[in-house]
Design a protein around this ligand. Sequence first.
Ligand SMILES: [Zn+2]
Length: 419
Amino acid sequence: MSSSADKTIPSSGGPMDQLAVRRANLALVLREVWSSDASSRAAVARRTGLTRPTVSSLVNELFERGLVRETDLQQDGSVGRPGRKLELDGSTVAALGLEINSRYLAACTVDLAGRTIQERRIVHDGTRESAADTIRAVAWLTARLIERAGRSGIRVVGVGVAVPGPVEVTTGRVRAAPNLRWNDVPVGDLLRTEAGLADGMSVVVDNEANLAALAEWERAHPGVSDLMYVTGEAGMGAGIVAGGQLLRGASGFSGELGHVQIDPAGARCACGRAGCVETKVALPAALDLAAPDLVRPAAGTPDAAWGPQEQTVELARRAAAGDPKALAGLDEIGRWLGKGLSIPVNLLNPEVVVLGGYFAAVAPYLLPAAMREMRSRVVAGDAALCRVTGSTLGFTAAVRGAAGVIVKEVFADPTRVSR
Ligand SMILES: [Zn+2]
């Protein structure tokens, strides 16, 4: 292949065009270095179609931004002298993922290579606090983690926020979050102000199930083009990947599976309607049926040490030990889950359904009834019955997805990281 001319779109030569072309080429070289272990500059030039001098100049800029580094000298095949190779660095560049849950706030900082630097989870009852107070707590956590990363020489370049409700992603506004009793909260703007984030710092707000779906898809099912991720905690929702893309719908509000009515005579839902899927299958329903005593902590355990994760661990332990009430309760939850899932399975024909949140830990006790129920409701029969599997990320899927969105922004535009 000829590398005599740059394979970029010819520009009219204006300064903005040149800047855009350089940004695109920086992204191209960064992706090339990332996708192939230890490339030489010559190999990058060959594979991208860019000239050697252009690649050298781009690589120097990626060094300055802390995104690429050189390996030690190594022999490159049988002939020639040993050369230095390029590899992804990113150890000083990080993304912060946050999750606002009705019972806790969670955060994780990951560097560009995907290594986890910090993880935090704090008890916060979002159902009792106002939206403003919850955002203040998130801002405090954000500022603290950015400052701590900074003390280790790590720059946080953006913040992704997962929230339990439909989000207008372009503006960072949460349209509704029934379990938090939120209506139209400009989370992105409030967080930026409260945490004093610099203008250059990216803030992305998205629905927790969408972000968890992205994390689960990229990490555990990268070859699958049709996948549905289902969250199960205080509420229930779905993130849908269809045809290899996150399905957002016209305004970004798709995936509200938790508020599809499956029992007209059912209990009132936090959204104000009755008999929604989440009233039947979310963690409160499971505790109610399978282990009502777990709603409150045991005597001597402080409230702050008792949340969805602790409740889930104990529920799974009881099921594994053969506790009849736990098993019967989870079987009933599985039945409703199968009924709820049959609706998107009929609509979307996913290849894999990933069960996240508390569902993941108790999946073996939900699945027999859920699959039976789905089999009886899916019109195309067994041929349309997808694989249903537990999440590999459990309660951390949403924060990982939130951080992942920021990492992807850097790969798309390396100039987001200052020199
Ligand atoms: Zn509802």
